[in-house]
Design a protein around this ligand. Structure first.
Ligand code: NI
Length: 182
């Protein structure tokens, strides 16, 4: 089950579309992966990363929008309020930005890396990032929010990524132009 080398997976890799498994008991293995995920997120200048994005099919996310690092196991949105539209990028879909409407405020329930229950209330960008990462655990991606015309516009980029995902390593992610990189 453990991946020896974790790297960011690109659009087109089947794991990004799978539903992540719930974690029954937090173990050392999970803490290891969460640390590596945080490292990869920072290295890619992202502000959030979900385990499927590094090839691990388990319900874990890391988030840091600059106000501290969250490491979460089995995160779930238990309350939503309001709405906001943000231009989002995704480390697995470099070069693509999509405007996504999400709740403006959320309450997230999860376990910390030691399996202790935690609840976080977030709004604005932080709420957006939590929702983006929790989407990843359901196999949902920002491109699923794209309108028909947006889809037409990004079609060739997605095709190119799919080709790249088949055989190549990820070079520098190019999500700089998006407001949020997740
Ligand atoms: Ni993402």
């Amino acid at each position: 089950m453990p991946e020896t080398t974790l790297k960011i997976r690109l659009f087109g890799e089947p794991i990004l579309r799978r539903k992540a498994k719930l974690i029954q008991q937090a173990a050392l293995f999970h803490r290891d992966i969460l640390s590596k995920m945080a490292q990869l997120m920072y290295a890619a200048q992202g502000i959030g990363l979900a385990a499927p994005q590094v090839g691990v099919n388990e319900a874990m996310i890391v988030v840091d929008i600059g106000s501290g690092l969250y490491k979460m196991i089995n995160p779930k949105v238990i309350k939503k309020d309001g709405s906001q539209v943000t231009e989002e990028g995704c480390l697995s879909i470099p070069g693509v930005c999509i405007k996504v409407r999400r709740a403006r405020k959320v309450t997230v329930r999860a376990q910390d890396e030691f399996g202790q229950p935690m609840t976080v209330e977030a709004e604005g960008p932080l709420a957006c990032v939590f929702q983006h990462e929790i989407d990843h655990l359901k196999g949902k991606l920002i491109v699923d929010y794209a309108s028909f015309f947006q889809r037409m516009k990004i079609k060739s980029k997605l095709e190119a990524l799919r080709e790249k995902a088949k055989d190549e390593e990820l070079s520098e992610p190019k999500t700089k132009s998006c407001k949020l990189q997740l």
